[in-house]
Design a protein around this ligand. Structure first.
Ligand code: ADP
Ligand code: MG
Length: 291
């Protein structure tokens, strides 16, 4: 097969491991920078150019679109979809899961556990939003937060109000969420591929920190999931229409709660922690779908 990894960084671990895994299994793999793609939209014959080179003969694309270019990245994926080319991550699923509010809205209809979450377009009255989320302590999140940057724990109501007001002032949209204290600064990252759990790890935040992102210095260990945790992760990936997903779960007193579903999960941490070759699983999934 001819595979194209849509990525801005050929040197990045996830991109490299997908390229290597594809080549090991006998495929041609090239890295395409989605920000250097030009699209020709014409009746009956949509085309993608990489610079001035027409891309042809591509059998499948593997999007690795960064959060800062979700919308332009989705436009390129959509063009491939219009050409009848298989994409590991659909443009719709990418857009759905990247926005924290939209992601939780999609999840709310399938019955998985979620932290109580409130949102408002009218943040002039932060008190209403705080009450709707169940009062302090609260976690306030930028809709576009990644790597834990833009996730704030507000323990006092006056702080929660000021933070919501400050974000409103700079026109950044937020969600306000119940703080799950019993998670103890840990969460589970579950890699779901084609409706099955392929790998899982527990991430523990540094002392004094509640955010368990590896980018925030958290440590990770492999973990055996409870059946309810695995079922929740699988249902969450399915709700968003993602065939490859990194589902983040908090372990709460009322069972697993889905925090977010990552459409382009980093492969380095989970691969080194669990020893499972995630990239190889992704390539095998494509083979099953395309051949
Ligand atoms: N409601 C919450 N209760 C407890 N911890 C939380 C909550 N929301 C987020 N966290 C912690 O903060 C981390 C980052 O939050 P997350 O929503 O995943 O944002 P990001 O997309 O920036 O990673 C999570 O991995 C988790 O450890
Ligand atoms: Mg996260």
């Amino acid at each position: 097969m001819n595979l194209a990894v849509l990525s801005r960084g050929p040197q990045l671990y996830s991109t490299r491991s997908l390229v290597q895994a594809g080549r090991r299994r006998g495929h041609r793999v090239e890295v395409i920078d989605h920000l250097y793609c030009n699209l020709l939209i014409e009746g009956g014959q949509p085309q993608v150019f990489h610079g001035d080179r027409l891309l042809w003969g591509v059998d499948a694309v593997i999007p690795r679109i960064g959060a800062s270019v979700t919308v332009p990245g989705a436009a390129i994926i959509r063009q491939f979809e219009m050409m009848g080319i298989f994409s590991v991550t659909s443009s719709e699923a990418l857009l759905r899961s990247r926005d924290k509010l939209q992601c939780l809205q999609w999840l709310s209809q399938v019955g998985v556990g979620l932290p109580r979450t409130a949102y408002s377009n009218f943040t002039e009255t932060p008190r209403e939003l705080i009450d709707l989320a169940g009062g302090v302590p609260l976690v306030i999140k930028l809709l576009k937060s990644t790597h834990g940057l833009g996730v704030i724990l507000a323990e006092k109501e006056s702080v929660a109000e000021s933070v919501i007001e400050a974000f409103a002032r700079i026109r950044e949209r937020v969600i306000v969420q119940e703080y799950i204290a019993e998670a103890g600064g840990a969460d589970l990252r579950v890699l779901v591929i084609d409706g099955q759990v392929v790998a899982a790890m527990k991430r523990q935040a540094q002392p004094g920190e509640f955010r368990s992102n590896l980018h925030r210095g958290a440590t990770a260990t492999p973990v055996e999931l409870e059946p309810e945790e695995a079922a929740t992760a699988i249902r969450a990936a399915e709700a968003l229409g993602l065939k490859v997903a990194g589902v983040d779960l908090l372990q709460s007193d009322r069972g697993p709660l889905v925090l977010e579903v990552n459409p382009s999960p980093g492969l380095e941490g989970i691969t080194s922690t669990t020893g499972i070759d995630i990239a190889d699983h992704i390539i095998r999934y494509i083979e099953k779908e395309v051949i």
